[in-house]
Design a protein around this ligand. Structure first.
Ligand code: CDP
Length: 229
């Protein structure tokens, strides 16, 4: 059995930065499930397929091959990561992510990855659906204003022209859609450890998570016969 760590939480809570660092510490493959939903959104928008066109989306997904290399998503052999955080994708992704067929396809793919590798996966439904049996689950939060601030700085660093108020509004809208959708909404798994990162540094969050994993790892390996090679 492989070892898995689930990280969930709303947009901008710091999931990807933290998951990457914890993954490095424990030699886990980092799977950013949000980038998979974003990749479908990107491809659908490029081909003008609306989120309401389920047949069109299913056909599109049949032709999409996804794998992770060095923490980045490779779509049909191409590294498309610099396109995935563009504002147009962020503004549309939650609508595509609410489509049952899209979720079924990606959850299946994510589970297959977790059967093959020791993983740290971040997203919205990892602890509740994708890796329900994961021995380590964390739920990261922060105030909407702090999350918008982080996203604003991240996009500015990438020289993408952004407006703070618009980002805050988009984050609140996405939070609403993600936590109110019918299928696998964003919610904290009962057995997840919640960490409010509003006034914490990245290193502090990584340390809290790493400490918890380190101090329970031996017990988990013995109990579940995890393969940590
Ligand atoms: O990085 P950020 O938190 O802004 O978002 P993300 O992790 O890239 O996810 C983008 C969107 O994909 C989310 O707002 C959700 O609508 C959707 N998503 C999902 O539904 N389930 C997941 N496991 C991951 C992402």
């Amino acid at each position: 059995m492989k070892l898995s760590v689930a990280i969930d939480g709303p947009a901008g809570a710091g999931k990807s930065t933290i998951a990457k660092m914890v993954g490095d510490r424990f030699n886990l493959m980092y799977i950013n499930t949000g980038s998979m939903y974003r990749a479908i959104t990107l491809s659908a928008l490029e081909k003008s397929i609306s989120y309401e066109d389920v047949d069109g989306l299913c056909e599109l997904m049949n032709d999409l091959d996804m794998e992770f290399q060095n923490d980045e998503l490779i779509l049909n052999g191409e590294n498309i990561n610099n396109k995935l955080t563009l504002p147009d994708i962020s503004a549309n992704v939650s609508n595509y992510a609410a489509v049952l067929e899209v979720r079924e396809k990606l959850v299946h793919l994510q589970r297959k990855m977790s059967e093959k590798y020791n993983v740290i996966m971040d997203g919205r439904d990892i602890g509740t659906v994708v890796l329900k049996d994961a021995p380590f689950k964390f739920y990261l939060t922060a105030s909407p204003e702090e999350r918008a601030n982080r996203r604003y700085n991240e996009l500015q660093r990438k020289n993408i022209d952004v407006n703070y108020d618009k980002i805050l509004e988009e984050i609140k809208k996405r939070d609403y859609i993600d936590s109110h959708r019918e299928i696998n909404p964003l919610t904290k798994a009962e057995d997840a450890i919640e960490i409010d990162t509003t006034s914490m540094t990245v290193d502090e969050v990584v340390n809290v998570i790493s400490k918890h994993i380190s101090s329970n790892l031996d017990r988990i390996i013995i109990k579940r016969g995890n393969d940590i090679q």
